[in-house]
Design a protein around this ligand. Structure first.
Ligand code: FAD
Length: 282
């Protein structure tokens, strides 16, 4: 058993033991875990958009965004799609099992800088996990912002995430729009891709900021659509994914142009990285 020895401000190398207190099936192959630190730790806070490294001894570590409300530092939630070694092993765990956690890491969504502006939140698939914490923050300070629109797309209706939250978000004055690549017989909503949802919005381009997370091709298409409406590159923020090992800016695995995604990102302002996004396979 590892002792909780983290000083205020967790060490990037110190994994802390957490216990799973709840598991929610969000969509086929996608789960949310609520995790509680086994030992009381002085610093469990995080900012929306930050991520933790979840470690299963003997299996490995995976970077996962913190999807819970930053106003409630514990339990912390992580939503993951089972795609590989660590995430498939996580999917086999049950309530009461332990998971080691390092973090939080990375740059947050710039919610303070967006005060007074309209905000469009665009998420593809599990990309909504990173943005959920930002949505909680926007909803909590609703009157500090102009209009807030959440655009969420998924492959199929069953893949939409956090549907139980949409009522709360709408009650807080946020507009929630969903779209799926392929409908089923019971889907009454929009069919298409996330950029198509911009047609639902009345955008003031100079007063609007965009937060976007999802597969990179989806983000490219959303950025192109936002640019076509006149939103400038400096008002667009993206969260990038790259394979990571240390998560602390040392190993270089997540190097992206002159930056490391783990410490200079994952949230980047688009004009800082546009030139590198244009380089295939970077
Ligand atoms: C900052 C950051 C935040 C992240 N947040 C989340 C999050 O909140 N939730 C989440 O589910 N993932 C998130 N990821 C992605 C996650 O870290 C990777 O999916 C990770 O590789 C999973 O580890 P693994 O050991 O299970 O997979 P590995 O054994 O490393 O295998 C990954 C394999 O799955 C493929 N793969 C990776 N992602 C996907 C995908 N989305 N769909 C299909 N195939 C895929 C890869 O190409 C590779 O072949 C995040 C990544 C970063 C960098």
């Amino acid at each position: 058993m590892l002792p909780c020895t983290a000083p205020p401000g967790p060490s990037p190398w110190q994994s802390r033991v957490t216990r799973i207190t709840a598991i929610r099936a969000e969509a086929p192959g996608v789960w949310t875990f609520d995790l509680v630190f086994r030992e009381p730790c002085p610093d469990t806070g995080f900012e929306p958009g930050q991520f933790n490294m979840l470690y299963l001894p003997g299996i490995g570590e995976a970077a996962l965004s913190i999807s819970s409300d930053p106003a409630r530092p514990t339990p912390i939630s992580h939503t993951f799609r089972a795609v590989g070694n660590v995430t498939h092993a996580l999917a086999r765990l049950t309530i009461g099992d332990e998971v080691l956690v390092r973090g939080p890491f990375g740059t947050p969504w710039p919610l303070d800088a967006l005060r007074g502006r309209d905000v469009v939140v665009a998420a593809g698939g599990v990309g909504l996990a990173s943005l959920r914490a930002a949505i909680c923050g926007l909803a909590a300070a609703r009157h500090d912002y102009g209009s807030i629109a959440i655009l969420h797309g998924a492959k199929a209706p069953a893949d939409l995430l956090y549907e139980a939250d949409y009522g709360t978000w709408r009650d807080a004055g946020l507009n929630v729009f969903t779209i799926v690549d392929a409908a089923d017989a019971r889907w009454p909503g929009s069919v298409g891709l996330v950029p198509d949802l911009f047609a639902e919005l009345d955008i003031d381009p100079t007063g609007t900021s965009l937060l976007c997370c999802g597969p990179e091709r989806m983000m490219e298409a959303v950025v192109a659509r936002a640019a076509a409406t006149g939103i400038s590159s400096g008002d667009i923020w993206l969260s990038l994914e790259r394979n990571m090992a240390c998560a602390a800016g040392v190993c270089g695995l997540c190097q992206f142009g002159p930056t490391f995604v783990c410490k200079d990102g994952p949230v980047f302002r688009h004009d800082r990285i546009a030139a590198f996004l244009a380089v295939p396979h970077l």
